[in-house]
Ligand binder design. Structure first.
Ligand code: SAH
Length: 364
């Protein structure tokens, strides 16, 4: 098993650092702008096809500046070709996944920020195998670039479309890999050609509720949409469903999210996986309604996607309806998430689950 660090990539660095690095490599600084245009604006990482770039510098860029970070292992599609899960191998053999979902008017990619996850939520498949390692900014960004390219090229059913949304809801806890995630958010949201030019509002960062990370994010002034995986309004149950709750309680997480909403002017989301007879009782809906009624929050109910071997399952439809109605009675905006990608294990918490049954690393 190779434990070498991933090779440094253009997308790991800030705009200024990229220019410095390009000069260190013996190229004029303006070549950094050309590389940015090809990579972030045109989603083209193959210097051999760059006709405006000197032929004798292409090899250097290919090897040193844009080394291949993701190797496709396989893609599986469902929903009539409108949902596609991609499995990627990283340079050290570690596997991660991303999921592309096409809707009539937009296309969303769900990306991974870590290989595995250390947060240990018992209902989530990714959590069961623990954390393998953090991804680099380059590895996170490359998932988005690959998705943007797939959208434009018309590989996804429904014809070419622009990638419009990015959600950090794949494998990993983004705020546990803060610096790399932040640089990738900069790459995604910075205007072309220095970034992909996707609006911050169209990027959603989902967290278990790492309060120190939410507070740091407030200081960055990048108004990405924040999603908090609450899953229950009471600390007693949340200590078991989202174990980081032993460190930061429900009230502290909501206070941090409120501060985030105030600073960014953005409504946040509360993620709530409905688990039959565990967190779906009417009294919990009532408690959640009371907790959120005066907050700038929207509830996203997710029918639990059962993980292999788990005794938990999704709520009964009537309990789901009662839950929705109770929240609505409090004036809390609520939606039930669709179940895109279920049949390809592309749904919440399921990414790479099938692969964890076989070794997730290969020697190289
Ligand atoms: N670590 C981040 C991102 C993870 S996945 C976080 O926890 O927010 C995005 C969402 O999917 C989270 O709300 C997570 O709790 C939820 N999720 C995980 N496993 C699930 C499952 N089996 N069924 C439904 N939702 C699940």
């Amino acid at each position: 098993m190779s434990r070498t660090k991933p090779p440094q990539h253009f997308a790991d660095l800030s705009r200024d650092a990229r220019r410095g690095w390009i000069q260190e490599l013996g190229l004029p600084a303006f070549r950094a702008n050309q590389i940015s245009t090809h990579y972030f604006q045109h989603h083209n990482d193959d210097p051999d096809t760059w006709s405006d770039f000197p032929a004798n510098a292409r090899e250097l860029v290919k090897e040193k500046v844009l080394p291949r970070l993701l190797t496709p292992v396989r893609s599986i599609t469902c929903d009539g070709g409108k949902t596609r899960k991609d499995l990627w191998r990283l340079h050290d053999g570690v596997l991660v996944e991303s999921v592309l979902m096409r809707y009539s008017d937009r296309a969303t990619v769900c990306i991974s920020s870590q290989a595995g996850c250390g947060m240990n939520c018992p209902f989530c498949a990714t959590g069961q195998a623990g954390l393998t390692r953090n991804l680099t900014a380059g590895e996170i960004t490359a998932q988005v670039v690959a998705a943007a390219r797939a959208c434009e090229s018309g590989e996804i059913a429904g014809g070419p479309i622009r990638l419009s949304n990015v959600v950090f809801m794949g494998m990993g806890e983004p705020l546990a890999n803060y610096n790399a995630v932040l640089q990738s958010i900069r790459n995604i949201t910075t205007a072309v050609p220095d970034g992909l030019g996707i609006g911050a509002r169209s990027v959603t960062l989902s967290t278990v509720g790492i309060v120190s990370g939410i507070e740091k994010l407030i200081e960055e002034s990048i108004p990405v949409t924040l999603a908090v995986s609450l899953h229950t309004p009471d600390d007693e149950l949340r200590d078991t469903l989202v174990p980081i709750n032993e460190r930061w309680k429900v009230s502290e997480v909501l206070a941090a999210a409120d501060k985030y909403a105030e600073k960014t002017g953005r409504r946040y989301s509360i993620e709530y996986a409905l688990i039959r007879d565990i967190n779906d009782q009417a009294w919990r809906a009532d408690l959640l309604g009371r907790l959120l009624k005066n907050r700038n929050a929207h509830v996203n109910l997710i029918p639990l996607n059962p993980t292999p071997g788990s005794k938990w399952t999704a709520s009964r439809k009537e309990d789901e309806r009662t839950f929705v109605r109770t929240l609505e009675n409090y004036g809390v905006p609520v939606t039930v998430r669709d179940t895109r990608g279920r049949e390809i294990d592309g749904a919440c918490g399921q990414l790479a689950a099938a692969e964890t049954l076989i070794p997730t690393r290969t020697d190289n």
